[in-house]
Design a protein around this ligand. Sequence first.
Ligand code: PLP
Length: 428
Amino acid sequence: MTARTRSAHELELVAKAGQYLAGGTLGNLVEDVILARGRGSRVWDVSGHEYIDYLLGSGPMLVGHAHPEVVAAVHEQLELGSTFFANNERAILLAEEISKAMPCAEKIRFCSSGTEATLYAMRVARAFRRRDRILKFEGGFHGMHDYAVMGMSPPAPAQFPAAVPDSAGIPQVVASTMLVAPFNDLETTSAIVDRHHDELAGVIVEPFQRVLAPRPGFLAGLRELTARHGIPLIFDEVVTSFRFAYGGAQEFYGVTPDLCALGKAVGGGFPLTAVAGREELMAHFDQSRVGRERFIPQVGTLSGNPIATAAGLATVRILKRPGTYERMHALGRQLKMALQSICDTAGIPARAVGEGVLFEIYFTDEDITDYRSTLKADKARLTRFVALLRERGVFRGASKFYLSIVHDERDVKETIQAFESAIAALGD
Ligand SMILES: Cc1ncc(COP(=O)(O)O)c(C=O)c1O
């Protein structure tokens, strides 16, 4: 296997990207690969190379690229108009579907990015509790707004519960409204919440944080802790909704939060996300219910637009079919276990973590349970592994494998062959 050859056209585009895009990229996948198209579980770059895709647009393409039913639904709506800034039938039907799927979702509001969804979820908690501070977990990712970019990926972790911004340009005063706790450590989290409960507006958590599963009892413990103090618990289900189970992580782990943020798959590859939750909290979006003082205006030009809701509705209807989740989890587990065993056989210290539908390999011989343990793994080796896989026709991002419902046995077989060859090359 050799590094892929790049066409003159691709090289020209790379040069233009360097000239016109800040940092030469869209800020997402910070590599100069340029993708041209996707279909099912595969993507192609502009030089014509084909890859099995485990990036899936960072998650939204859960039913695969250009799924015929999603394409048909979007085509049909395109002919009828793209956006109205008014209620539309498909948005209402999608809200109904979400409410039936997600245990906490009595009411829904749509927005266009996961960043907005978590921003509003936090705002609802503050309006409801009439307090300012939000607790999040170290290493937890909730998008790019000022309150989210705290303790997200600190190179040198701070002392809990201090919140340190991960980005330039965030006012110091925002940091003072956030608390950071260690994921999967209920004892330390309980101590922080017990001490600060009277200042806390809410607790936000990714129920499955990045690629880390919650320890048994962690989410139930958080639920009990927050309920005891009357603090709203927010699940950031931007990744997990409609992916771990039809009812998201709240169904998968059997713990119901007060509010949740939904994203990625629910928009079928289009800009559509949502904040959803218990009626009593979501009432803050309704001035007639809470009065002017406690009302949260929520206006977004493209919120719930009919193109995105058409794609979302078509997507969730595909996902709802019997057997979908069992099959996807099983194929993913097969891949994850194969990768672990290939590393074990090669004598390369590694830990495959996560669920079949979303997993990662860390090159370390220590258990991975929280953000700090991930820092001990060999990052340079992972970066090399990702590049070796790319040369072997397997495409993924920097930090995880995403499965779709259209990955099949052939994809899995070819991917395991690529794992074997890449791990062999890694050991050389
Ligand atoms: C858990 C989680 N929350 C929020 C977001 C932000 O979503 P968006 O990129 O749509 O703003 C992401 C994006 O990856 C995410 O993974």
